[in-house]
Design a protein around this ligand. Sequence first.
Ligand code: AOF
Ligand code: ZN
Length: 365
Amino acid sequence: MNKQFYMNLAIELAKKGFLYTSPNPMVGAVCVKDGKIISTSYHYKFGEYHAERRCLMENINFIGAELYVNLEPCSHKGKTPPCTEIILEKGVKKVYIAHEDPNPKVKGIEVLREKGVDVEVGILREKAIELNQAFLCNIEKRRPYVTLKIATSLDGKIASYNGSSRGISSEEVLKYVHLLRAENDAILVGIGTVLMDNPELTVRLGGYKKRIRRVILDSNLRFPIESKLFNTRKKGEIIIFTSKDSNENKKHFLIDNGIDVREVGRNEEGGIDIKEVLSVLFKMGVGKLLVEGGSKIAASFLRSRNVDVFIQEIAINKILGGGYSYSNSLKITSVSNSEIIKKWKTFDLDDNIIIEGVINVYGYN
Ligand code: AOF
Ligand code: ZN
């Protein structure tokens, strides 16, 4: 077996942590001695042991072994002890790393080399970088990795003339949406969507339950207490971002009822300042955010250049005519200034075409 084979295995193992590691990266580790794999592991869950530590915790003689890991081992004490410590302690002689960790606290390559461990960096670099785009965005931008998901008719409308969007997507698409929600740490909509659709914004996937934070942008605090959101609340799970001048009594009532109400500034259009929202959410531990809706919200995220992944579900069997568009308010003056979707793929679900593309790419500089 060659280096690429073992590194590929490390990457595949890392993927098992998908859904659970954010805002930490997905990391896998493979230990090889005398041409045989003697131990493998991965980072299971945020806050738990890292891949390298799990891999080397086994009661095996690791002296002279080689370790393959898709991310530079950490050298700092975070929620867990430094990985470099156990690598040195167990006598590993060589470490293969796919790419460096941009976290400024991490200096694993340096530490290992200083202590005489042979280190080779760059095996399957691109594939490994692709895997941890969310983590790389978090470190580079200090904000959540944002996926904007829009459901439209064939003519690109997100709602009909009277504002209703219920029923644009089919059942199969709704299942896919719940999967998307499960991949994220929080889901965000505007108050318009809450008032119009009364969504619950929970993950509902058969028996699978994952609680994610539910975020509403509501500058004038119109949040209705008869809504499904209010009535399915759990302490701290619903976060409302509002302006400093919204109704104080309502604010206190919501806070007393377990809703996390945050005051933020406004943007030039009078809406909520997206940058500030993202910064607060990131500090709360949200590494991946799904933005689900409202034409204003979609436009504000696009306009402020805070969308990393763009998903459009097109109901090819429906034309809505003069309804709501998610992009009308974007002031794009010429085609050469248009928003560019990269690395897109498409697939069909019932009567829908799903387009998944990327706007921002991280980790190549
Ligand atoms: C590794 N192996 O498996 C992971 C790493 O708070 P902590 O202790 O969990 O540290 C989190 C940081 O460690 C995270 O921001 C990233 O830089 C690195 N993650 N490093 O050596 C791993 N998950
Ligand atoms: Zn570590």
